[in-house]
Design a binder for this molecule. Structure first.
Ligand SMILES: [Zn+2]
Length: 555
């Protein structure tokens, strides 16, 4: 029966997609699927700021046991995209694990203006919670602002809480949102002068012994060493020259060039925080993930466990050095070896074919616009303050008050509803007036009103992405879209957030238990991941999931 289904799926895909489509479903000896058994462990991997082309651009420098193993043994969705704006870390992690978009899970950005309390809030911040493992406030975090369940939550419910859920990342939001509401724990790295993995009272009142042991070891300190390229720098022909005008670098070092003596640089660059912004932050994450696998006995019984690992350092390196740097290339070459180390450990302890891994990203990133300009590709920099001054002046001259706007954030404008009422203004009229005003500004490509978002059903284009990112209760009243490759950022380093391909196109790889071998150019979207994993496990979909099951990925 299963074979017939597989055949139908492959025929359907073949005919529906023409010659472009390459779904290879032929089984090979390396596709070790256990007999109708669920995976003992699902390892979800999110690589922060990983563009799709890193998989192909750096391929010649990868070993056989990391990215290439996932492609060789598993399934490669080559046309996988985010289907909403904004493409940031908080929304990205929430969308991967909940199978939906900010419209439903409510994580509309990393930070956003809360209309009710009239304050900017952080996606994982929870002032009702205390830190565990540090005296600082770095642990006052929980997933309470995420409105829907993650697949890890559904697995907890399905297994009567026997199947564990653990989140691990340098960034708190990269650990907390994936692990979900019913998680056993999420751990993140607190740098500064402490260099420890911490959690919050949302999960537990004290760190487990294995975390204490890890923090007591010299695991973090051991990375205060010289960061040089893994392979000879001359062989890194897939990135720009090491010395250029598009990189920021570290304080205390004149040029953003290898090698970096981290021991010497740490005092001027935030102590342990410097590790976050190097390839070694990812190595430390694998060290800790392996300690978690061991300490929590993950994948050792018949109730499926979930380990959510997010590699944050790739994002810090991209922001600092840009997507075309030697530093970013080396970070991916080293991440590939760290993945191999993780997979080898899983083979030994959980067993080949007994666990399932997926790997994706939370967003991509744009080439440094200053670099694009140097090769004549349209791009540029924006000054949001100038823009704000101009439209506030417009509103003042039209309505006689500066206070019509309450907040501007994430390319959204929030009106002061009380002020509108006081001035006897109709909000729809003010929204539309601001759209008509702003569309004439330089480097603004599109402007929409909340009314339009709530009354129109977009199915394609940037409008559909805006709508998927638009949460009626949390989002603003006017939404602005900037020109392509224009960012409000320094002239060094890359950033992200748009609905353009450089930010939306990210890898999606699956391998291990229950996964077919093959590849597809069919478009897949980030919210498809959680329903696909749920289908693999035979559990309920996350309660707000809007994605589709990628049936061709499943064996
Ligand atoms: Zn970022």
């Amino acid at each position: 029966m299963k074979k017939i289904f597989t055949l139908i799926v492959s025929i359907t895909l073949f005919f529906s997609c023409g010659s472009q489509e390459k779904v290879a479903i032929a089984k090979t000896s390396i596709n070790y699927t256990p007999v109708d058994e669920k995976p003992k462990l699902v390892v979800g991997i999110v690589v922060d700021q990983m563009r799709y082309d890193y998989l192909t651009r750096f391929a010649s420098k990868f070993g056989e046991g990391g990215f290439k193993r996932m492609i060789r043994e598993g399934f490669n969705c080559k046309n996988n995209h985010f289907n909403y704006v904004p493409t940031y870390t908080g929304p990205g992690h929430a969308s991967v694990y909940t199978g939906t978009t900010p419209k439903y899970h409510g994580i509309i950005s990393n930070n956003w203006y809360d209309k009710d309390i009239k304050e900017t809030v952080y996606c994982a911040q929870d002032d009702s919670i205390a830190s565990v493992g540090t005296e600082s406030d770095a642990g006052k975090m929980s997933p309470h602002r995420m409105l829907t369940t993650s697949f890890a939550d559904e697995n907890r419910l399905f297994t009567q809480m026997r199947g564990k859920s653990i989140g691990v990342a340098i960034k708190d939001r990269g650990a907390i949102l994936p692990a979900g509401h019913a998680a056993n724990a999420a751990y993140w790295f607190h740098g500064k002068d402490e260099g420890v993995w911490i959690t919050s009272t949302f999960y537990t009142t004290a760190l487990p012994q294995w975390v204490k042991d890890f923090n007591d070891s010299d695991a973090a300190e051991s990375y205060f060493k010289v960061w040089n390229t893994y392979q000879p720098i001359e062989s890194y022909k897939e990135s720009g020259s090491d010395l250029n005008n598009f990189e920021r670098g570290f304080k205390g070092k004149e040029t953003a060039t290898f090698p970096y003596d981290l021991e010497a640089l740490k005092s001027e660059n935030g102590g342990f925080d410097i590790l976050k912004a190097t390839a070694y932050g990812n190595s430390l994450t694998v060290d800790f993930a392996i300690a978690a696998l061991k300490g929590e006995s993950l994948g050792q019984d018949n109730d499926t466990d979930v380990l959510a690992v997010s590699f944050s350092s790739t994002d810090y390196v991209g922001h600092n050095f840009g997507v075309n740097s030697k530093e970013i290339q080396d970070t991916y070459v080293r991440l590939d070896r760290d993945l191999e180390r993780l997979f080898n450990y899983l083979d030994e302890t959980v067993g080949k074919g007994a666990y399932t891994v997926f790997l994706t990203a939370d967003h991509g990133a744009v080439h440094v616009p200053a670099y694009l300009q140097s090769v004549n590709i349209p791009s540029g920099y924006l000054d949001y303050n100038d823009r704000k001054e101009r439209f506030v002046a417009f509103l003042e001259s039209n309505y006689g008050s500066k206070d019509v706007v309450e907040n501007v954030s994430n390319n959204q404008i929030f009106f002061n509803k009380a002020k509108l009422k006081e001035l006897n203004l109709n909000i729809h009229d003010v929204e539309q007036a601001l759209v008509d005003e702003q569309i004439g500004y330089p480097n603004i490509a599109k402007v929409y009103t909340a009314t339009t978002m709530n009354s129109t059903n977009y199915t394609t284009g940037i409008e559909a992405l805006l709508q998927n990112g638009f949460n009626q209760k949390r989002s603003g009243d006017v939404i602005v879209v900037d020109d392509i490759a224009h960012i409000a950022y320094s002239r060094t380093g890359s950033t992200h957030g748009s609905g353009l391909n450089y930010d939306t196109h990210v890898p999606l790889l699956f391998f291990g238990a229950g996964i077919n071998h093959g590849e597809t150019y069919n478009k897949t979207v980030i919210p498809d991941i959680a329903p696909t994993i749920s289908a693999l496990l035979g559990i309920s979909f996350p309660n707000g999931a809007t994605g589709e099951v990628l049936g061709f990925v499943l064996d």
